[in-house]
Structures are given as C-alpha cells and as structure tokens.
Design a protein around this ligand. Structure first.
Ligand code: AFP
Length: 305
C-alpha cells in the first residue's frame, strides 16, 4: 500500500469502527495539531500554578488541556473528561453518553526547556464513568512532538502510526506495528538509589544479557522508541520511598498498556496486568513494566518473589 496517500480520517473510516469513536479520535488528532503549533511557538513560560499532583505547570500544559477539553467535550456522546492537569473529572451531562476520555495533555513537559520530545496520551473508555477497570478502554492514542509530530493509535484493530505532513495532515506511515517477543533496549525508571532489590536485580540481569540503555525522561518518546524498534522494556518501578512509583494509571498506563497489548506486547505492575488494575482514584499511580512479553515475564519473576 502506498501509505503516503492515506490520511488518518480515511484510515479510520476504512476500519469500520463506530462513527462516534472515529469522530472522537479525529478530534483528538486536530487538538494535537494545535498543540504541536503551540510547542513550535517555544512557549516555556511557567504558569505559576500546580496540577493535582502538585507539579508545577507550564502555560503550555494548561493550553494543551484547554484545547483537548474543548475539542473532546463538545461531542455530545462524551460523558466524562479527566485530565492529569485537573483535580476533578469534568462531567458533561450530555443526554446520550457513550464514551469517557482520559488525557495527559503534555507528558514530560519538564523536558521542553531542553528541547527533548514530549507527548499527549489519550485513553477512550466505553463507559460513562472513568472510575472503572482498564478493560473498558476501547481506543488509545498518543501524539509525539519530536523532530516529526507522529500519532500512534489503536481502536482494537492493531496499532498504526501517522506523521503530520507540511500541509497539516496526518498521513499513514506504518500499520499493524508489532512488538517482537524479545527486544534489545531497556528504560529502567527512577533513581537507582531508590530501587528495590528486586528491581535492581532485574535491571542488572538485562544489562548482563546485553540490553542497551535508552532513557530520555519522557514516557511517550521512551515507549515509542521500544514500539518502533520492535521490542524491549520500559519500567517505572515501585520505589523504596514511593511503592506506587510515579506514573498515573488512568492517564498514562492504561492507554499505553492497551496499545502495547494490541501490538503483541504486555504490561504489568510486576504482578497484575495493568489493564486489570482497578482504578479507585483518578490520580492513582502504579508501577509499570511494559514492552516485549519475554522482558515483562522476566520482570514478574523478580517482582513476585
Ligand atoms: P514530567 O512531566 O515532570 O517531565 O515527568 C515525566 C514523567 O512523568 C514521564 O514522562 C517519565 O517517564 C518520568 O516522568 C520520568 O521520571 P524521572 O525523571 O523520575 O525519571
């Protein structure tokens, strides 16, 4: 197939998914174009506010959230909108709710001032309330703002990548991305001095086996690298001083776990599949080991002792 000519909205139409889901994914892609343009404006100013996790917010964090909230909540079948940048869930009160959406508007924004890649992560759940397990997720996507702006999504029919072209269209670049059972790269997460002995033994095992370290401090580019290289492992573990780790279950882990499973990979907190973890609170954190099945199974071997 000549991927150069296939636009995202055409590919979504040809997938034959629910038209409302197709429109929702398209609206997120349009928001991504606006956010990409905002980032190019070199907006590095702090906003002077903090998010629900008491992290300092850049103005661009809040702008990205406003863009996504406006685009998503105007659809009259979206029941809830939850953002990592907001304390509480936005309940739209639309009359015929169908989907609820979680967003991490700009993950890794502390990397903007050193010109490293950042990303938007979106989870789409077939439910009216986001306080539910990950198994209600029906689509997930991330937009990676790097040398190229790329969009990777799955609606449950494989994982596909699109690139934003100079004309402002997302055009198909790769279809049915797959994680091999074993890779060659790893992202360890966290500070070594805060690692548990189980995590340290696991990472030392990967190093001894010859895995290469790849870690930028940005979840989206780091996971994307493993997906595009066809395998490997990304971890942000439970730490001695923070057993739940750093990353958020709803906003970051559910969507990437859904994408990874759709690409033939796996994602666990060390014991339980990420998508089977129950969500009790929208800003809940969880440890994660995500990537090729061999590396994830090996992690479970160390973590469940
Ligand atoms: P920021 O949004 O504060 O930059 O954090 C990014 C992030 O949540 C995630 O994108 C990275 O994988 C992780 O933090 C890196 O955390 P460490 O800096 O502790 O390694």
């Amino acid at each position: 197939m000549d991927h150069k000519s296939v636009l995202l909205r055409k590919y979504l139409y040809d997938e034959g998914i629910d038209p409302d889901l197709r429109r929702l994914i398209h609206m997120v892609s349009v928001a991504g174009k606006y956010i990409s343009a905002q980032l190019k404006a070199a907006n590095r100013k702090m906003s002077g506010t903090q998010n629900a996790s008491e992290e300092h917010q850049l103005e661009i964090d809040k702008k990205a959230d406003v863009i996504l909230q406006d685009m998503i909540t105007q659809l009259d079948y979206v029941a809830e909108y939850a953002s990592e940048e907001q304390e509480v869930v936005i309940k739209t009160k639309h009359p015929a709710p169908k989907y609820s959406v979680s967003v991490d508007p700009l993950d890794g924004s502390s990397l903007i001032d050193v010109n490293l890649a950042v990303g938007t992560i979106v989870g789409i759940h077939r439910c009216e309330k986001l306080i539910d397990s990950g198994r209600h997720i029906v689509a997930a996507l991330y937009i990676l703002y790097g040398p190229l702006t790329t969009l990777v999504y799955t609606s449950g029919k494989g994982v596909h990548e699109f690139v934003l072209n100079p004309e402002g269209e997302f055009v198909l670049s790769q279809t049915h991305l797959q994680m091999k059972p074993e890779g060659k790269i790893y992202s360890p997460g966290g500070l070594r001095t805060h690692w548990t002995s189980a995590h340290r033994q696991y990472i030392d095992d990967l190093i001894t086996t010859g895995y290469k370290l790849r870690y930028s401090g940005g979840l989206v580019p780091d996971f994307n690298q493993i997906l595009m290289k066809g395998g490997g492992m990304f971890a942000y573990p439970g730490l001695i001083n923070n057993p739940e780790g750093k990353l958020r279950l709803l906003f970051e882990l559910y969507p990437l776990a859904f994408i990874c499973e759709q690409a033939g990979g796996a994602a666990t907190d060390g014991v339980t599949p990420i998508l089977d973890l129950k969500l009790a609170e929208i800003h809940q954190r969880a440890p994660i080991y995500i990537g090729s099945t061999t590396e994830v199974e090996k992690a479970k071997g160390y973590l469940s002792t």
